[in-house]
Ligand binder design. Sequence first.
Ligand code: TXA
Ligand code: MG
Length: 325
Amino acid sequence: MTERLWADVAADVARAAELLRQGRLVALPTETVYGLGANALDPVAVARIFEAKQRPSFDPLIVHLPDAASLGEVVDLARAPALLTRAAALWPAPLTLVGPRTAQVPDLVTSGLDTVAVRVPAHEVARAVIRAAGVPVAAPSANVFGSVSPTTAEHVLAQLEHRIDAVLDAGPCAVGVESTIVAFGDDGPTVLRHGGMPVEALTPVLGELREGPRVLERPLAPGQLARHYATVTPLRLRTAEGAAFDAAGAALLVVAGAPPAWAAAYGHVEALALDGDLRRAAAGLFAAMRRLDAAGYSAIDVVPCAEQGLGRAIVDRLRRAAVPA
Ligand code: TXA
Ligand code: MG
């Protein structure tokens, strides 16, 4: 059962905080998107986040604090560069800072990294709940792994109803995109994700920022986002006609055009767009991946399309899905 709580009801805000303290999962409003919150210091509670999101347990999470003064609870201030502390003065803001972590942050929160991502949300209700909970709150966006971040409580419930203990409804999120992420390593501040806080607002405080390996493009941590859109059933890209694939028990998915002659070796063949229309292929891709994944085949073999136009995005997603578990 997922409790529906209301941000303008004091008892509901207190209830959300109590559930967090008890190690339960609560979807919380922030100014960017709704987050799926759990006590960041309780690894079992954090494990529930991955369970509910169906997300590989490698992805590090953002830890949310009620105020900048709490920074030292999760970031090791003795090791943190001065610029990080200066950036923290910009909070509350849609700004996430990555710095050296303290020993009390569980590995599950950081995927075993020595750094932790942390922010103070510019949303009064979020800060009130976190303060009342009395613990830092780990929260990824409150969507199922690989899908769009939710900006209303309805979006959250559409995906996570019955998987989480409560959602605290404060209406739609004002910013609507995720926070900007800045890492503070040896070679100065680096933007890992562009988001709700424009970089132009950071340069007066931090100076010129480097463009880092984008969180969404190149994995920083083992498994980080590289497996977005992955199926549980092994997905194999069939590019060469002669490649030695075992078709027994496997399904064949053809992205664009008609199945090739060798498709006859497969017991099940699907074509996303017989006429080669990549818009149609893109529109049906995820549904087909999900359907074939659920159908119990030994493998999903995919004949990709050319990497042109929309074909680039399609093949990119297929490559991510094809990364071995
Ligand atoms: O606006 C937001 O940031 C929302 C709200 C709920 O706060 N949260 C959010 O969380 O977008 P999530 O989990 O969907 O995205 C967090 C990103 C991931 O790409 C993750 O890899 C990155 O932050 N991240 C977390 N810890 C990191 C670390 N130590 N080093 C580098 N990247 C890290
Ligand atoms: Mg997310």
